[in-house]
Design a protein around this ligand. Sequence first.
Ligand SMILES: [Fe+2]
Length: 207
Amino acid sequence: MIQGNSDLPHSLSLLFQYLASITKSEGRAGGDRVSAALERHAASEIELHRLENPFAEILAPSLSLVGGDLGDYLRLAAPYIHWYGSDLSENRIPKSVADRMPMCELIGPDGMFFEADVRVGLWQQTAHLTYGPRRHAAEETFFILSGEAEWWNEDDGHQRLGAGRQVFHRSNVLHTTITAESPLFAIWRWSGDVGFQTYELTKYKLD
Ligand SMILES: [Fe+2]
């Protein structure tokens, strides 16, 4: 049961439950493990605290485009989520790029709620940004919630994918995300070797 804010009961729990159903739909063992972690934390006691969010304005257009119950849960829960630039610790991504990619880690080794072997969160890539090629040991799936991007990876080549689509990256595959006019907003999840030590960004470009 969520404590501390009777005006917004359960918003994070409801969000976690919804994200659990989406990550479960992937049909891979890694997605199942992430889904189980989300279910576990949704059922645990969560104390909500409203947090400073320097990315609130940047995130707002992407959040407003997510429809249905998920959109409602996201907008209710967003002020209680710890958002930051995608620096992945140890300055692996230049700040000028990281601050154009607001993210959160809801559950994981560095998450708002601890799990040792999976990571799951939300991520926005703002417009006119090429992010990659990059790679990491963790296997990764994005579940696109709003916007679109051109996606490239060594296995599948180029694909333009938007809301409702999933993008899978096997361990260590090089991958790039290119936004044009619209920002991209997605759930991300990692499984396998989820350490940041193997993360490598080979290139980036701001338009
Ligand atoms: Fe990745």
